[in-house]
Structure formats: structure tokens, C-alpha cells
Ligand binder design. Structure first.
Ligand SMILES: Cc1ncc(COP(=O)(O)O)c(C=O)c1O
Length: 391
């Protein structure tokens, strides 16, 4: 069992830390242990490293270092952006396919007396900017719509939405957790006021992230404490995490400049092409929409996605049925059902998501395993056999 080959294609759930990232952050656990707020040598050393990491994250997003607030991850960034701006009586516009970090923040606002409009998506998983425009009200304070969806990889028309927000003088937040490092991001071009990213989706550690807060945007902090992060996020900084995020941002920027992601999208396209041509009754969810280069979400009709995930895991391939946090829940994905997929097709869907560590051999391993496993599960499926016999 210990020597079994394992291939990890679930990088939208989390990514392995890159060795360079680990090397960069390691000294900050023991050797450079200072509190970045201390004025002595130890503190100054850590402070300087944190500020270098801030510069690096700012360079990835095209903003000033002073506009970066370090957080504990994507969930905190989303919560801080949303709850930091909204008061009872305000109206917010979001979408039906957001991550629960945004959706449940919006639900919390509704319980506090705010109104939220959730704009729909079409069959490809895309928000229509005109729906966003039509949802505007005199008391609309914030639009929060994600950049890339975690289940399908579909990229939303955030630049158009940014223009609508600017014209209407409404704040615009985008959850870019699944976009950072996978495509070039320029906050000025997007026209957003707030943008959240998470370390562990881009080969940095879990439990660290950043929120871009455009200069002049006043946020009510979520935590009450010291004046860390320019009083936007109280609490002693997670120094090793921040150093790791800074290094991962630097590597992501270099990778984007080198065009590394073309290799990744070629592997993703190969997975889709092989699966769709070799296995009948399959299809890509979100096909035809612009997508991040590492993600594909495929439906294998007549199969329970959870059963397929387990069968593949037993053979050494890690993939997922959708959002990591929803595994174990019997509900079909809210993203896929919002796209109009019937519940049984949503439940028959699997997400394959690549990371920088994946090789063409990993892809071949998966392409070897998936068709035989699907065939075996379909043999056991009374629905599949009935349909196959009658057609
Ligand atoms: C789109 C999106 N937003 C937010 C999050 C939450 O990020 P974190 O795990 O860093 O809290 C995730 C994680 O799955 C995500 O995919």
C-alpha cells in the first residue's frame, strides 16, 4: 500500500507547497522568530521580510504594497471585504455560484437586515453583466462576484462588472482565490476595490491569504485588537505563512511571464479530449466559457460522482466531486444546478484540477484509470444497463 503510485489532481481543493516556498519560509519558524511589531533586531528582521512579501503579492496583483492586507485565507478575505463595508439597510449584488465563503457571508447579511440579489448564470456558468446592471438599486453598496469558479474554472466577466460598479459608484469585490497564479491579474484593469486570494490554492501554505483593499476604501475590521495591518486586521502576523505567500506570488509571476500555463492548459485539454472521445455519455460542464487553464469538470452520466471518486482513490487517483468543503454532503453542487444541470447529472460530475507539480505522466495515469473505472461502475448501474439495452 505504501509503495502505491498516487496522483493528485485535486489542486483546486489545495495545492502542495512548492519546495522553493518551503525553503523560503522554513527559517521563520525557529531562527527568525521575532514578532514583526517588536522594535529590536528580531522584530525588525521579521518586519522587513513581511514587507518584502507584501511587495511580492502587490506585484502579482498590480497594486501598491500598502493596499495588501494579510489574512488567514480566502474565507477571511471574503468575510472582511463583505462585512467590512456593509451596514443594515444596504443592498448587495452577488451570484448564485459563489463559494460558500461569499454565499454564507451574504446569508449572514440578510439575517442582519440587508438585501442581497443573487444574479443567475447561463448554461455555461457565466453571469450576464446586464443582469448585474439591472439588479442595481439606489441603496446598492457592493457587488461581489467571483473571478474564477472553483468547481468549473469558469471565468466571470469581471472587467465588465467592474465598469458597471464604477459607473454606479458601487464597491466591487471579487473572490480571486481560484484565479491567482493561473492568469494575469491587474486590479486597476479589473476596476475592483477589493480582491481576495488564498495561499494554499497557489502552492503556499494553508492558513494564509491576502485581501487587496484599494487605497481610500474604509473597512470596518472584523477583529478588535492591535493596529496590525494598518488597523485593518488585528493580530500578530502569521510570519512563516506570509513569507510563503510572498515566495509563491513571486514564483507565480515568473511562471506567468514564462508562459508556463500553456503547458497546463494543454494537459487539461488532453484530459477532456481523451475522456470525451473514449467514454460515451460524458461532457464538459462550462464548455464554451473562458476558463482557468488547470480545471475541468466532466459529467459521467449514470454514475454517482462520489462512488467514482472513491473507486479512483482506491487505485491512487485523487480527484473530487466539487467544492472540498461540500464533500460528504448529499446535495448536488449548487454551482452545477445553478447552470441548469439536472441533479443526477450534477451528481455524476467530477472535477480534475492540475497544479504546477503535475506531469504528462500523471495525466496518462489518470487517463488509463478513468475509462476502466467508469466502465466497471456502469456495469453495476441498473439505469445505465436499462438505457443501453433500450437504445
Ligand atoms: C473560490 C474560493 N473562495 C474561497 C475559498 C476559501 O479559501 P480558504 O480555504 O483559504 O479559506 C475557496 C476554497 O476552496 C475557493 O475555492
Amino acid at each position: 500500500m505504501g509503495s502505491m503510485r498516487r496522483v493528485y489532481l485535486d489542486n483546486n481543493a489545495t495545492t502542495p507547497m512548492l519546495p522553493e516556498v518551503f525553503e523560503a519560509l522554513r527559517p521563520y519558524f525557529a531562527e527568525h522568530f521575532g514578532n514583526a511589531s517588536s522594535i529590536h533586531h528580531h522584530g525588525q528582521e521579521t518586519r522587513a521580510a513581511v514587507e518584502r512579501a507584501r511587495e511580492s503579492v502587490a506585484a502579482l496583483l498590480g497594486c501598491r504594497a500598502s493596499e495588501i492586507v494579510f489574512t488567514s485565507g480566502g474565507t477571511e478575505g471574503d468575510n472582511l471585504a463583505i462585512s467590512g463595508l456593509i451596514h443594515a439597510g444596504d443592498h448587495v449584488i452577488s451570484s448564485t455560484i459563489e463559494h460558500h465563503a461569499v454565499l454564507n457571508s451574504c446569508k449572514h447579511l440578510e439575517a442582519m437586515g440587508c438585501e442581497v440579489t443573487y444574479v443567475p448564470v447561463d448554461g455555461r456558468g457565466l453571469v450576464d453583466p446586464d443582469d448585474v446592471r439591472r439588479a442595481l438599486r439606489p441603496n446598492t453598496k457592493l457587488i461581489t462576484i467571483m473571478m474564477a469558479n472553483n468547481e468549473t474554472g469558469v471565468l466571470q466577466p469581471v472587467e465588465d462588472i467592474g465598469k458597471i460598479a464604477a459607473e454606479a459608484d458601487v464597491y466591487f469585490h471579487t473572490d480571486a482565490v481560484q484565479a491567482a497564479g493561473k492568469l494575469a491579474i491587474e486590479v486597476k484593469r479589473l476596476g475592483c476595490d477589493l480582491l481576495s486570494i488564498s495561499g494554499h490554492k497557489m502552492h503556499a501554505p494553508q492558513g494564509v491569504g491576502a485581501l487587496y483593499v484599494r487605497k481610500g476604501t474604509i473597512l470596518q475590521p472584523m477583529f478588535h485588537g492591535g493596529s496590525h495591518e494598518r488597523s485593518r486586521r488585528a493580530g500578530t502576523e502569521n510570519v512563516p505563512g506570509i513569507i510563503g505567500l510572498g515566495k509563491a506570488a513571486e514564483l507565480a509571476r515568473e511562471g506567468l511571464e514564462r508562459g508556463d500555463l500553456a503547458r497546463m492548459s494543454a494537459m487539461r485539454d488532453h484530459i477532456e479530449h481523451k475522456i470525451l472521445s473514449e467514454i460515451e455519455a460524458t461532457g464538459v460542464n462550462g464548455e464554451g466559457a473562458p476558463r482557468v487553464p488547470n480545471t475541468t469538470n466532466i459529467h459521467f452520466d449514470y454514475i454517482e460522482g462520489e462512488a467514482l471518486v472513491i473507486a479512483l482513490d482506491l487505485k491512487g487517483l485523487a480527484v473530487s466531486t466539487g467544492a472540498a468543503c461540500s464533500s460528504g454532503a448529499i446535495e448536488p453542487s449548487h454551482v452545477l444546478t445553478a447552470m441548469g444541470l439536472p441533479p443526477e447529472i450534477a451528481r455524476a460530475s467530477l472535477r480534475f484540477s492540475l497544479g504546477k507539480q503535475n506531469t504528462p505522466e500523471d495525466v496518462e495515469f489518470a487517463l488509463d484509470l478513468v475509462p476502466q473505472t467508469v466502465a466497471r461502475l456502469r456495469e453495476l448501474s441498473p439505469v445505465y444497463n436499462r438505457t443501453a439495452v433500450s437504445s
